[in-house]
Design a binder for this molecule. Sequence first.
Ligand code: HEC
Length: 155
Amino acid sequence: MCKKCWLTVVLLLVVVVGMSYSFIYQGKTIESSDGRKAVVLNEAEKDLLLSEMRGFLTSVQQITTAVTAEDMKKIADSSRAMGTAAAAAVPATLMAKLPLEFKQLGLDTHKQFDMITLDAEELGDPQHSLKQLGHLMQNCLACHASYRVQLEQTK
Ligand code: HEC
């Protein structure tokens, strides 16, 4: 192949790799005043993310109450509501704006809710569920310590 063609191929590859990197790895974040990374979202995406968060909090509240009542069915149902099935509703456009670490933490949180559901049904041990919930909540802390949301500038 001619020299110029090679050069074009290499340049295109650099562009593709660069774009994939920013798309998959970095997402769309900026530094913010409190030292956390701000994920830049439009209003609808922010609303969706925060409503998912309130869903997380609801499940956490319901599970802890169900643990004290030793109600295994309620534990399983409350954690199922925030399992990986719930994550499937997130649109690809929002996914693209989230950095890789953020997505991994989010997905791992949904997976851990699934584990709580499975174990609640199979083991029937409320103390085990509570222990799992305490472990899962380390993800809430880790993500909140590193990330916040910022609204996109609209003209
Ligand atoms: C992958 C990252 C991530 C994980 C995991 C995560 N959160 Fe959040 N959460 C956020 C971000 C980002 C915000 C917005 C914070 C801000 O802008 O200051 C938020 C906000 C919230 C809010 C405020 C909602 C509102 O309406 O303002 C609640 C409540 C919340 N999270 C609960 C939880 C709970 C409970 C868990 C764990 C079960 C959790 N979050 C796990 C990223 C995460």
